[in-house]
Design a protein around this ligand. Structure first.
Ligand SMILES: C[S@@+](CC[C@H](N)C(=O)[O-])C[C@H]1O[C@@H](n2cnc3c(N)ncnc32)[C@H](O)[C@@H]1O
Length: 233
């Protein structure tokens, strides 16, 4: 596909959230909305494969425009299945993969809150980034992930204080109304729940991810970030 054709296809799929670069040309860069990738996809993929060097069959959840999908698929021998809940994001991700000739990556439209991941088979590792805090029952999603893989690379927010929070199903939760500044990056559910740190660790352990290696953490009284490599054994 030449750059004129790429530009035409990119325009058809406006508005983009992040855009992408191919062959030295930035596409849809000017249409960047309020959401920018928090972590460079190549750096995230590097850390992912540092944690799971033998991972070949990979499941990605909440792929947005396929930036991480592409970075993961660049590793020879991998096969990436990426799920995305919004069809507009899915179409843009498909174009990004097509332009780059990433034939070892597949995008699929799916709601991870309702899909039984076990229908998809077994995976060497799962990437769940920027998604766990967009669902109503993060503990259910972690249990769902654990049914298809022993290895999880998790990047998420949690709530910084346990005070004044609700209790549900044995977890301490902060009810949150989805107000992400970028609508295309929001959860599919309007009312979601954030775990506090203790409950996040409990949900991981309940799911079977008993070994949690924290790669990065930023704490605050409210919104906290954590990146963790989670293993069953
Ligand atoms: C905050 S973005 C994170 C994108 C990317 N994973 C990253 O870390 O930069 C959340 C993405 O998950 C998708 N998403 C939200 N809820 C979902 C659900 N229930 N099922 C599938 N995808 C969902 C959104 O459409 C969006 O593309």
């Amino acid at each position: 596909m030449d750059s004129t054709e790429i530009r035409r296809r990119v325009l058809e799929l406006e508005p983009w959230v992040n855009g992408f670069e191919f062959d030295g040309v930035v596409y849809a860069g000017e249409s960047k909305l309020d959401y920018v990738l928090r972590q460079d996809p190549d750096e995230r993929a590097r850390r992912f494969f540092q944690a799971f060097p033998d991972a070949q069959r990979i499941l990605e959840l909440g792929a947005l425009e396929g930036a991480d999908t592409l970075a993961l698929s660049r590793r020879p021998g991998t096969r990436v299945l990426a799920l995305e809940g919004r069809v507009e994001n899915l179409r843009r991700a498909e174009l990004v993969l097509e332009v780059h000739g990433a034939t070892n990556a597949e995008m699929r439209l799916a709601d991870v809150e309702t899909l039984d991941l076990a229908e998809l088979g077994h995976f060497d590792a799962v990437l769940c980034a920027g998604l766990l805090y967009h669902v109503q029952e993060p503990w259910t999603l972690l249990g769902n992930i654990a049914r298809v893989s022993d290895n999880l690379y998790l990047s998420t927010h949690y709530w910084g204080t346990a005070e004044g929070l609700a209790r549900l199903d044995g977890f301490v939760v902060k009810p949150v109304r989805e107000e992400h500044p970028e609508p295309q990056a929001r959860g599919l559910s309007v009312d979601v729940r954030w775990l506090d740190r203790e409950s996040l660790m409990k949900a991981l352990a309940d799911a079977g991810f008993v070994h949690v290696e924290v790669l990065h953490e930023r704490t605050s009284p409210e919104v906290c970030d954590i990146v963790a490599v989670c293993r069953k054994s």
